[in-house]
Design a protein around this ligand. Structure first.
Ligand code: F3S
Length: 293
């Protein structure tokens, strides 16, 4: 069995930065430390941070004299204002790429443009971006929604950073017909592009593809989507315990990739188990997986 690991699998620059900032903050015990929403979309990694003292909260009501971590997805302007008003310390680990989208929508709205965000309306990054243009953006996530947009004079289009190029291009083409003056900014981040390209390359030459990452992770789900386009047997797992070993044993070539919020140690575990299979230790690996569950 041949195992091919995609280049650039695992933590992207923005997630690594947020994880490093949080780890440093946890070393100093001067004030309680809260993460507004799970630090990253990976429950195993979040659990490790919580064991070290990080508390995850949904809102800041009732929090006093503490530090608040803003995760890489970023938050709306009103949330930042509220934290400042409450005199809490902001530890801002918003990814700089996301931050630049905040600035862009704010500037263009000030210049009279209607903002359109191509992305998932329920995703925290998109909610945050919308919060930098007074929650007035049109959020479209499909061709149908783009078709239903009203005709407008000036439009500024941005994207959720983890969108696929294909989706962005087809939807933005349609939006281009909806205004007299349309500025289209492809704000899909480079880390996403590179990851998706490597995923496509590997998925198109293997019999089965393993995608490791949180079930709620947008960029991981995009990798699953891309893999399914190029490979008939795709397995999305969060940890090595979920590897369908019996199923995988029948394939000759297996590809592995991981979302931008998947820690190295989880990827390593999966690769090690797959290597065991490769070393003709299939039965042992299966048995081990049963006992671990
Ligand atoms: Fe930032 Fe791109 Fe990662 S926007 S958080 S580097 S996927």
């Amino acid at each position: 069995m041949e195992i091919i690991i995609a280049d650039n699998a695992g933590f992207c620059f923005g997630v690594k930065r947020a994880v490093d900032i949080t780890s440093d903050e946890l070393l100093s015990a001067n004030k309680d430390i809260y993460s507004l929403g799970p630090l990253i979309h990976n429950s195993q990694a979040v659990k490790k941070f919580e064991e070290k003292g990080l508390k995850t909260i949904d809102n800041i009501e009732g929090i006093q004299d503490s530090r608040i971590i803003i995760r890489s997805h970023g938050v709306s302007k009103s949330v930042i204002d509220k934290i400042n008003k409450m005199n809490l310390d902001i530890i801002d680990s918003t990814c700089p790429y996301v931050k630049s989208v905040h600035k862009r929508v704010e500037e263009y709205q000030d210049q009279g443009y209607n903002i359109v965000i191509i992305g998932d309306p329920d995703h925290p990054e998109v909610i945050g971006i919308n919060g930098w243009c007074n929650d007035k953006a049109f959020i479209v996530n499909s061709l149908e929604e783009a078709t239903n947009l009203p005709r407008m004079d000036k439009i500024c289009v941005v994207s959720q950073t983890t969108n696929t190029q294909e989706k962005f291009e087809t939807i933005s083409k349609l939006i281009n017909e909806k205004g007299n003056e349309v500025k289209i900014f492809n704000t899909i981040c480079n880390a996403t592009n590179i990851r998706q390209e490597s995923c496509k390359e590997v998925a198109s030459k293997v019999d089965a593809m393993i995608v490791i990452g949180g079930y709620h992770s947008s960029n991981t789900n995009k990798l699953v989507e891309i893999s399914k386009k190029y490979c008939n047997n795709v397995y999305h797992i969060e940890t090595s315990k979920e590897l369908p070993l019996q199923m995988l044993s029948k394939f000759n070539k297996i590809g592995i990739t991981a979302g931008a919020s998947t820690p190295d140690w989880i990827i390593k575990e999966v690769v090690e188990i797959m290597d065991n299979i490769n070393n003709n230790e299939m039965m042992e690996a299966i048995e081990n997986s049963f006992t671990r569950i």
